[in-house]
Design a binder for this molecule. Structure first.
Ligand code: PNS
Length: 162
């Protein structure tokens, strides 16, 4: 049983993340999408809502599980009996942070490997941060996020304006 973890903030999930999830789910027996909960980091959506939005987007995929985690990723991976951490690499600009994180995680837990997957080209410029900015300024975000995320973003920013 080869289990992999795909960790991230997912604030919120984009079609780029979903593309990586689908690719990873074909490579491993089980994929655990792990939503980071960090009291120090301010997010637009609370962790439980980020989990719920991902669950809706991957509904029907039998080897994908979505959960939140706190603390060190390698500890969570060990608890889950996962041997692989999956991360998406969109561009060279991602590389430095990802390289640092992969090597630190290896130092902390040598038994866990990091595997990088690249999303489809049309998603390489996508990020949660940029999608939130477009949504906040009233732009069309349907092409970048699942339907439920688009409505959650609209609701969030409509509330902020009223
Ligand atoms: O989507 P993000 O924000 O790029 O995800 C980063 C995340 C949550 C995967 C990373 O910050 C993380 O693993 N946090 C858990 C704490 C931890 O283990 N830190 C040391 C890893 S270098």
């Amino acid at each position: 049983m080869r289990r992999a973890i795909y960790p991230g903030s997912f604030d919120p999930i984009t079609k780029g993340h979903l593309d990586v999830i689908k690719r990873a789910a074909t490579l491993f027996d089980e994929l655990v999408v792990a939503v980071a909960f960090n009291m120090q980091k301010q997010t637009l959506f609370p962790a439980d809502e980020r989990v719920a939005l991902i669950e809706e987007a991957v509904a029907g995929e039998s080897n994908i599980r979505v959960t939140r985690f706190e603390g060190l990723l390698v500890n969570f991976a060990r608890d889950q009996e996962a041997s692989v951490v999956v991360r998406g690499l969109r561009a060279i600009s991602d590389f430095e942070f990802e390289f640092q994180m992969a090597l630190m995680n290896r130092k902390l837990e040598p038994a866990i490997e990091t595997v990088f997957l690249t999303p489809r080209e049309e998603y390489t410029y996508l990020s949660s941060r940029i999608v939130k900015e477009v949504a906040r300024l009233g732009g069309n975000i349907e092409a970048f996020v699942p339907v439920s995320v688009a409505s959650a973003l609209r609701a969030r920013f409509a509330r902020a304006e009223s």
